[in-house]
Design a protein around this ligand. Sequence first.
Ligand SMILES: Nc1nc2c(c(=O)[nH]1)N[C@H]1C(S)=C(S)[C@@H](COP(=O)(O)OP(=O)(O)OC[C@H]3O[C@@H](n4cnc5c(=O)[nH]c(N)nc54)[C@H](O)[C@@H]3O)O[C@H]1N2
Ligand SMILES: Nc1nc2c(c(=O)[nH]1)N[C@H]1C(S)=C(S)[C@@H](COP(=O)(O)OP(=O)(O)OC[C@H]3O[C@@H](n4cnc5c(=O)[nH]c(N)nc54)[C@H](O)[C@@H]3O)O[C@H]1N2
Ligand SMILES: [Mo]
Length: 684
Amino acid sequence: MCGIEIKYRDKQVLSIKGDKQDPFSKGHMCPKALALQDFYEDKDRIKTPLKRTEKGWKEISWQSAFDEIATKFKTIQHAYGKNAVGVYLGNPNAHNLGNALFLKPFMKALGSLNRFSSASTDQMPHHVASNYMFGNGMLIPIPDIDRTDFMLIIGGNPVVSNGSMMTAPGVVHRIKAIQKRGGKVVVVDPRRTKTAKIANQHLFIRPEKDALLLMAMIHCIFEQNAVNLRHLVNVVDNITQLETLVKEYSPEAVTAHVGIPASDIRQLAADMSNAQSAVCYSRMGASTQSFGGLCQWLTNVLNIITGNFDREGGAMFPLPAFNLLRGNTKGHPTNFGKYTSRVNQLPFFNGEFPVATLADEIQTPGEGQIKAMITIAGNPVLSTPAGHQLADAFDQLEFMVSVDIYLNETTKHADIILPATSGLENSHYDIFFNSFSVRNTAKYSTALFEPEQNQKADWQIINELAARLTDTPVSKYTPEMVLDMELKSGPYGEQGMSLKMLMDNPHGLDLGPLKTNLINRLLTPNGEINLIPDLYVNDLPRLKASLELAPKSSQFPFELIGRRLAKSHNTWTQNSQRLVKGKNPCTLEIHPEDAASIGIINGQKVTVSSEVGEVTLDAIITDDVLQGVVSMPQGWGHNQADTKMAVAATQPGVSINDLTLANRVDALTGNAALNGTPVAIYAA
Ligand SMILES: Nc1nc2c(c(=O)[nH]1)N[C@H]1C(S)=C(S)[C@@H](COP(=O)(O)OP(=O)(O)OC[C@H]3O[C@@H](n4cnc5c(=O)[nH]c(N)nc54)[C@H](O)[C@@H]3O)O[C@H]1N2
Ligand SMILES: Nc1nc2c(c(=O)[nH]1)N[C@H]1C(S)=C(S)[C@@H](COP(=O)(O)OP(=O)(O)OC[C@H]3O[C@@H](n4cnc5c(=O)[nH]c(N)nc54)[C@H](O)[C@@H]3O)O[C@H]1N2
Ligand SMILES: [Mo]
């Protein structure tokens, strides 16, 4: 989403800089953009289809790769049923125009319900809350960071991540601007993050206790007589029933659990309702945990009842030029939990099952068992809970295909790897991240370089596969054709929005700040917002039970949380020299008193073990983490044999997901509960 200016000669990148004329990013870009050159030039990037043979990987032609894949998938589906072929879609699909447009028809062609993605290790609770409250999983409220006077950030570190479900290039400037106009930023996190360090206030919270905090804040809003629904007063239902639900969650009732003094909780609620405008933004830390579903529901509730919903400076709904919700009408029945997964009965939603249960679906015999897989732009062996167990499961498949740019920890388990073009060889318009953006803007970039002769873009690969699976001709559409049509039929179509218009304005077009628009866009059957959908009310006994302090597990006394690093993106950017140079960032942060209690010193190697695995890494002693909590980065662990990522191997790190547990999910949404994993620590 950041505009970048690349100087180049022939096929050589000379420089990469932020584009000052981009109306949205205004010259900002993060370190990962610089690495585009490394990805482009990377000698390890695969460029020809590879097939596993007894003598190792063999380069094969696209024709024979497509032939073999289509035959194998068809044979397996014929023998065991359509669901026998599973799919895992990774995060880069969301950053890829062609995949964002053509994965849907591909999935339809495959006809399997066994679909999984990184969304269930990430933001699924947001989609579920939007589905139940606003009538569509993609109608997502976004913090109006540029106009708010009070921003409460729970479990997000946007200074490092640049926002998430909040597209906001240059977050530091935006946070400083809040402070400059007299506003306040408060961070709630078990770790003193870079965001916490520039905030006005940081409150340490115990992992997985955010739903209790939110319940108590809502309790306080009623107690302080501060409910103010403003323009939504006629569409918001069940406010009195909500008051009853939160009654028992006073700050005093939750304080010992969340680890925040009751007076601070009251003050936080008062600050939020007294501010001219305010927004509560809760993200990864509040989603990938045992109460992720409740957290995202309660975040919406808090924003709504304090009069900060669909209003300047509150949580608002972007209206992108390519409107993903075009054509949706009111009153579609919810598809949440229409199916449940075979082995663990986790809910199907938004066209997929929770990935935490993928290994079980592969390894548990019986009708409906997954016998073959295709992964597209995903690295679940490093990115999903108990990823090392999923690796074992992959080896039990009859057949596996990966569409990727690297031979890595996941793709090495495939029988055939199909190489896709990468960043600078692809054109781009961001369909998803414009939908989560703090300002309405639109920008299209053409591909900078022609791909090498034998390469194909992701969308060409999946369209070809779809055609072969259905014995139909390959789609005649290109991403540009669909994009142009959507832009013309979208909300700015009448003002002339089109692909040509974007091409005439290569720095991007500013379509203005977010606008109040929710009442007309609500897609719930009755056009109203139910504050207390049954789904959530039925999950409250579980929250209440958590108030009965569970005794700390003596075998695994610490709670492990993850962290993101400015110079890496998930699992795959570590083959860039620019990004990995410098000292090893894959360390375990531990509080001084905890370090003392187990007798370790700064820099010492420690072993971290959980119920499913153990890893060894350097300890960093710091009071940036709460006592009892330890933090390590996600996305590392490139120390496996048989991969081809030479730079990454120089700084491999270890995988946090060798420790996380596949059976720790948010019982409501099935989202992986990655944060709060019980672990033990001892000197290595
Ligand atoms: N413990 C813990 N686990 C986590 C997280 C955490 O915070 N803690 N974060 C979670 C989150 S938020 C996410 S989104 C997931 C991410 O999980 P994944 O999506 O599984 O992981 P990525 O590293 O994003 O995987 C990207 C894969 O796509 C390939 N790739 C990159 N670009 C392209 C391309 O253009 N085309 C194709 N075909 N392939 C490409 C890469 O080589 C890599 O194999 O991880 C989750 N896992
Ligand atoms: N540089 C960089 N940028 C990225 C990525 C990257 O890998 N690198 N990944 C991208 C992706 S895929 C995503 S989804 C976004 C994520 O963007 P963010 O949500 O901003 O990501 P995190 O840094 O994972 O922030 C999660 C925070 O939650 C805290 N936390 C952990 N457990 C709890 C808890 O129980 N309660 C509370 N309140 N906090 C908790 C952690 O300490 C951490 O600070 O970032 C995106 N941007
Ligand atoms: Mo993510």
